[in-house]
Design a protein around this ligand. Structure first.
Ligand code: SP5
Ligand code: ZN
Length: 375
């Protein structure tokens, strides 16, 4: 496995294949509704900064994949059953209605704020073991569910986040029926930072966890492989105590000062039935292709050891050296290697888009990674 990332996986596959030389890139699932979420800005150390998780990201990836011959499949609407198995209903209900509640005022009139922004966070340190009540004010309610100040909710946020869930579920349907071996869901907003009852890190609903749960409901042992530059604390939380879903992640070391700061360390291995079904491989800031690919290979080995029958990839592209949101230094070659290692698992695979913020290279990074699955 360790050497599988080098060389030209695509041509090797074609040689192994039977009768023709035509490269077939994997299909991607798309919904126009993922564009409806316009974060506008974030709040970082008390200052308004431009939003990083912009709709244009999805346009760029879609265009690059279409140019490279990936077929586009429409997302199909799914009910909330699987979504509500990974997220608690009150958070989902709040997300569905928060923007309308905020628009009822007085925030736009008073301070020109059109986005839902938290103000008070009822952490265990605030409530200190006392009974506490759900707050009345919209600006206080937001902090019950949202755990940071960079993940604002606007008028189109729910529509987009829910459409992204449909993209992920549609991709899961296609691999479960055996109709496709691997499918990429072009999800936006991303999801891997969304926990059972909390959201943050530009994420609202955990698309990858929903896909994993859907595959699991078909009786498959599922492994999530998270290659976003940030640790997927939400996905880890959702499957923390489950032994039937593995979570493995390669990411920048949160202990070196990077989001999500408080979880994602190497000694986190899961709990109860899930003990041993979580694997974190944190990398030092500045780590490049060699360390990255070694770490991805280690997670892939663990997936095989787990005897996974299906894989969900949280495909972030923000480990790239050029990305403004992470200090990792992965190049195009590292992403190509990542795609080949994931494809070499040779399991039914749903790839779910997560982060990636360097707009000029986003499309080609996605294409380069997915090329490992060309058949
Ligand atoms: C899905 C995903 O990749 N979420 C990552 C969110 C981490 N964002 C950390 C933001 C830190 C401050 N950013 C300031 C913007 C100037 N580049
Ligand atoms: Zn990320």
């Amino acid at each position: 496995m360790a050497g599988a990332w080098q060389g030209r996986g695509g041509s090797a596959r074609r040689r192994r294949g039977c009768c023709h030389d035509v490269v077939v890139p994997i299909p991607f699932v798309w919904s126009d509704a993922v564009l409806a979420h316009e974060p506008m800005h974030e709040v970082w150390v008390g200052k308004e900064t431009p939003g990083t998780e912009v709709p244009y990201r999805a346009h760029l990836i879609r265009d690059a994949l279409a140019d490279a011959g990936h077929a586009e499949l429409p997302a199909a609407a799914h009910d909330d059953e699987v979504l509500l198995a990974v997220h608690e209903a009150p958070m989902v209900e709040w997300l569905r209605t928060a923007s309308a509640g905020w628009a009822a005022g007085p925030y736009e009139d008073l301070v020109g704020q059109t986005r839902v922004v938290p103000y008070v966070f009822p952490t265990p340190m605030m409530t200190a073991g006392m009974p506490w009540r759900y707050p009345a004010a919209a600006h206080a309610r937001a902090g019950v569910w949202c755990y940071d100040t960079m993940t604002l909710v606007g008028p189109g946020t729910w529509e987009a986040a829910r459409a992204a869930v449909d993209c992920a579920l549609t991709a899961a349907d296609l691999v479960v029926t055996g109709e496709r071996r691997a499918v990429y869901a072009l999800c936006r907003p991303p999801g891997h930072h969304a926990t059972p009852a909390g959201f943050g890190g530009s994420c609202y609903l955990n698309n990858a966890a929903v896909a994993a749960e859907a595959l699991s409901r078909h009786g498959l042992r599922v492994a999530v492989v998270d290659v976003d530059a940030h640790h997927g604390n939400g996905t880890q939380a959702i499957f923390w105590s489950r032994g039937d879903v593995f979570y493995g992640s390669v990411h920048v070391d949160p202990g070196a000062g990077w989001f999500p700061h408080v979880v994602g360390h190497a000694d986190e291995v899961g709990d109860a039935d899930g003990k041993g079904a979580t694997l974190n491989v944190p990398l030092a800031p500045g780590a490049g292709d060699v360390e990255w690919v070694e770490a991805v290979a280690a997670v892939c080995e663990a997936v095989l050891e787990f005897r996974a029958q299906a894989v969900v990839v949280s495909l972030g592209l923000d480990a790239a050296g050029v990305d403004p949101e992470s200090p990792l230094q992965v190049t195009d070659a590292g992403f190509g290697g990542t795609g080949r290692l994931l494809a070499a698992l040779d399991l039914p695979t749903v790839l779910v888009q997560e982060g990636g913020y360097h707009l000029p290279t986003l499309g080609s990074l996605a294409r380069t990674t997915l090329a490992g699955f060309d058949a």
